[in-house]
Ligand binder design. Structure first.
Ligand SMILES: [Zn+2]
Length: 143
């Protein structure tokens, strides 16, 4: 089940100041370690010049302290393990691979992301965006 609470925090952030949302890039303006605020928040120094897609913001907002971020493809966790933004964002938001593919698509605008969030909450996501009927064994979230 998707973590709607975390997704809402990300949507709140990118809705408040739309310039920070760039669905076409994992992150930009980040390089190196990010000083975290509290979990689910961002450090003040990120409040200008940083733009990320949903997966990028999920990583920035919820990765553990000491995580290093690049503008390229991945994050490096404090234990040295490197994880791609979509993979890490998927974990943070408890999404299936199919759900993440749809939600992290670079063409999504804010309205579409809000609709997807609602569909994740009300259980209509798999039929609406993935083409699966309720209980289809091929659907990751129904298995
Ligand atoms: Zn399903």
């Amino acid at each position: 089940m998707a973590n709607i609470g975390r997704l809402d925090k990300i949507i709140d952030l990118i809705t408040a100041e739309e310039i920070k949302h760039d669905q076409g890039t994992w992150t930009s303006g980040l390089n190196g370690e990010v000083k975290h605020g509290e979990e689910g928040q961002i450090d003040d120094e990120l409040k200008c010049g940083t733009a990320c897609c949903i997966a990028g913001w999920a990583a920035v907002m919820y990765a553990p302290k000491g995580t290093k971020f690049t503008d390229y493809d991945d994050v490096t966790l404090p234990d040295g393990i490197r994880v791609s933004y979509p993979s890490y964002g998927r974990q943070v938001l408890d999404l299936t691979w199919d759900e993440a593919d749809v939600l992290f698509n670079g063409d999504n605008d804010l309205d579409e992301i809000q609709e997807m969030r609602n569909a994740l909450e009300d259980g209509s996501f798999h039929s609406r965006y993935l083409g699966y009927e309720d209980g289809n064994e091929e659907c990751e979230c129904c298995r």
